[in-house]
Design a protein around this ligand. Structure first.
Ligand code: BV8
Ligand code: ZN
Length: 255
């Protein structure tokens, strides 16, 4: 953390991926038991896949929605929400579509890849609550339609689709301007999201990586916590609350 921000409260960005929700019982994408082990992302999480077989893609998202709705935030989500109480400027930037951060009490959450709680019409863009569509689709031979005749799709960002511009811009500005960037439970392989870690490191922020495993961007971290987020985050938050990082004080020395 360099001197550049000595005159203001410490700014923290927490960047999360599927690993932060693993201890809530939600499958991650990669790795053993990951979603991509059974399904090829290209055949389910792309506009082409939806055009080819809308019912199959719809049903897959309905099954994930039902799983997310039945799950609860875990100790990692709760610790991040707690940290916001000590650092009100804290921002959560997530790749997850499960809204676990908001359910745990985080108030400032940027959803880079949308969310699974809403669906929108592929034609007119009308957005509705997924719950209103879930129980009618399963018996139907087709995925639900909008009043305009368009197809309803989950409000997520598929591969090959642009991220919501304003959301990504705000995330990039915050990553480039923060003092502490904590990457939790992400394999750092999907772009442009993973580029935020590179941007934060390049901009002089201290980077902490919380991940059970090494990632392609681990070398950018000043500190790594190689353990489950549900164990690492509560302890890290205790530490940051007890001894808040001050501008100029590098975290690396805290080993
Ligand atoms: C776009 C929503 C352009 C849907 C998702 C540059 C280089 C290479 C490729 C590209 C590039 N730029 C763009 C691309 C293409 C592509 C991409 O990145 N491909 C990858 C596969 C190489 N990117 C895109 O297509 C993006 N769009 O570029 O548009 C454009 C521009 C203009 C106009 C039109 C288009 C859109 C990408 C978003 C796709 N949607 N999700 C859905 O969920 O179904 S991505 C989805 O996969 C997630 O959101 C997330 O981003 C990603 C999964 O990654 P993670 O969350 O990190 O999860 P993963 O399982 O991989 O890892 C979990 C980690 O947690 C592991 O490291 C594990 O060790 C750890 N872990 C596990 N348990 C725990 C734990 N850690 C701690 N505690 C635990 N308990
Ligand atoms: Zn419509």
């Amino acid at each position: 953390m360099n001197e550049r921000h000595a005159d203001r409260p410490v700014r923290i960005v927490v960047f999360t991926g599927a690993g932060v929700s693993a201890e809530s019982g939600l499958a991650t994408f990669r790795g053993v038991g990951g979603l991509w082990a059974d399904f090829d992302p290209a055949t389910l999480a792309t506009p082409a896949a939806f055009a080819r077989d809308p019912k199959r893609v719809w049903d897959w998202y309905v099954s994930r929605y039902v799983g997310v709705r039945a799950s609860e935030p875990n100790a990692a989500h709760r610790a991040i929400a707690r940290l916001e109480r000590t650092f009100p400027s804290l921002l959560v930037v997530t790749q997850n579509i499960d809204r676990m951060h908001q359910r745990a009490g985080s108030s400032k959450v940027l959803e880079l890849h949308g969310n699974i709680w809403n669906a929108r019409c592929n034609a007119c863009g009308r957005e509705v609550d997924m719950a209103t569509l879930v129980d009618i689709a399963d018996s139907a031979s087709d995925s639900p339609r909008c009043g305009c005749g368009g197809r309803m799709r989950p409000s997520v960002v598929w591969f090959g689709e642009r991220l919501p511009e304003a959301v990504f811009e705000e995330a990039a500005e915050s990553a480039a301007d923060c003092d502490l960037f904590i990457a939790v439970g992400t394999s750092a392989t999907v772009y442009p999201a993973a580029g935020l870690i590179e941007l934060a490191a390049r901009s002089g922020a201290d980077v902490i990586e919380v991940n059970r495993e090494e990632t392609p961007l681990s070398h950018l971290a000043d500190r790594v916590l190689r353990e489950p987020a549900g164990e690492a985050l509560p302890r890290l938050v205790d530490e940051l609350e007890l001894d808040p990082p001050t501008a100029g004080a590098s975290l690396a020395k805290r080993e």
